[in-house]
Design a protein. Structure first.
Length: 309
């Protein structure tokens, strides 16, 4: 089966001039100087404000903001991220929280190290750097430093989503695999839950390349290997080579039972394939298309591993 390439999503975001004057003034105070330039971050799905701001003193700051009323979903996700970032170890490969605002608008600023999204198709060194970051994160996030719901509870409804997926061969087998995910995917690690190319930042190049994991808005407690499998499945659909070898050799996945990995892939495939058929959010017109392609990416790797192709 040929799976369409999973592209980086592009969001419709509010820009700096359209933020309330009082919020812009407060952000300038928090940044330490008047904001003179905006470099919008176009990746992602949330319609909230996200940009690198340059101030009059030459400093640069990454800032996100959303209206608690008009952009409630984005504001809630930013609040969740603020709560997580406040509790993370400073040596984690994660941007540090510098300040936050919570009122009619929710805003936060994290440390800015420059960098870029991973190149697509994936480069081997950049994928390795991202996998290294996930391994480092897992070691420091076990046990979880924050209170987060267990994977078994957070994703409890997802096995049922296979009932909404259009018929395909081996659907019942995939649904059965997904139904058993709780027995395989539990653990004490704080997992990101949404690791994909646009939630990763590549810094440097060559031998010094490293990665940071961004946007900790949907964390849960589960097995340490979950994020690695998620990333490998999506990277596979984005031109990464040697994914099966990486799965078999990386520290977090090499000893994980095949059935456990397939159960997680089946759970993700069902969620994304079902969600792709939901109504399109006006502020995220590309979301459903992304979910369809992501669902097929998880399905394709699962089908290859199970010999269904």
């Amino acid at each position: 089966m040929t799976v369409p390439a999973l592209r980086l999503p592009v969001a419709r975001r509010i820009s700096w001039p359209f933020l309330p004057p009082e919020l812009r003034a407060e952000i300038s105070v928090r940044c330490g100087a008047e904001v003179v330039e905006e470099e919008a971050c176009e990746l992602g799905f949330t319609p909230g404000f996200a940009a690198v701001l340059t101030c009059a003193d030459g400093t640069r700051h990454f800032v996100k903001a959303a209206s608690a009323k008009a952009q409630r979903g984005s504001a809630l996700s930013y609040r969740a991220e603020i709560a997580v970032l406040k509790s993370l170890h400073p040596t984690l490969p994660v941007p540090r929280l510098l300040w936050s605002i919570d009122g009619d608008w929710v805003a936060l600023s994290t440390s800015y190290a420059g960098g870029r999204a991973p190149a697509l198709p994936w480069r081997a060194d950049e994928l390795e750097a991202c996998l290294d970051a996930l391994e480092q994160a897992a070691s420091l996030l076990t046990p979880s430093p924050v209170s987060a719901g267990p994977v078994a509870e957070e994703f409890a409804a997802w096995p049922s989503y296979w009932g909404w997926v259009l018929p395909r061969e081996h659907l019942d087998e995939a649904a059965a695999l997904a139904a058993g995910f709780a027995a395989h995917c539990g653990g004490e690690t704080l997992v990101h839950g949404d690791v994909r190319a646009d939630n990763l930042l590549i810094i440097g190049d060559g031998a010094g390349v490293r990665a940071e994991v961004l946007d900790w808005t949907w964390p849960a407690e589960g097995a340490a290997w979950l994020d690695t499998v998620t990333l490998l499945a999506l990277a596979r659909s984005q031109g990464a080579s040697g994914v099966d070898e990486l799965l078999a050799t990386r520290a977090l996945t090499r000893d994980v039972p095949e059935e456990a990995i397939d159960s997680w892939l089946a759970l993700l495939a069902g969620y994304f394939l079902k969600s792709a058929g939901d109504p399109v959010p006006p502020a995220a017109p590309h979301l459903r298309g992304h979910q369809q392609v992501a669902g097929e990416a998880f399905w394709d790797w699962l089908a290859e591993r199970r010999g269904w192709l």
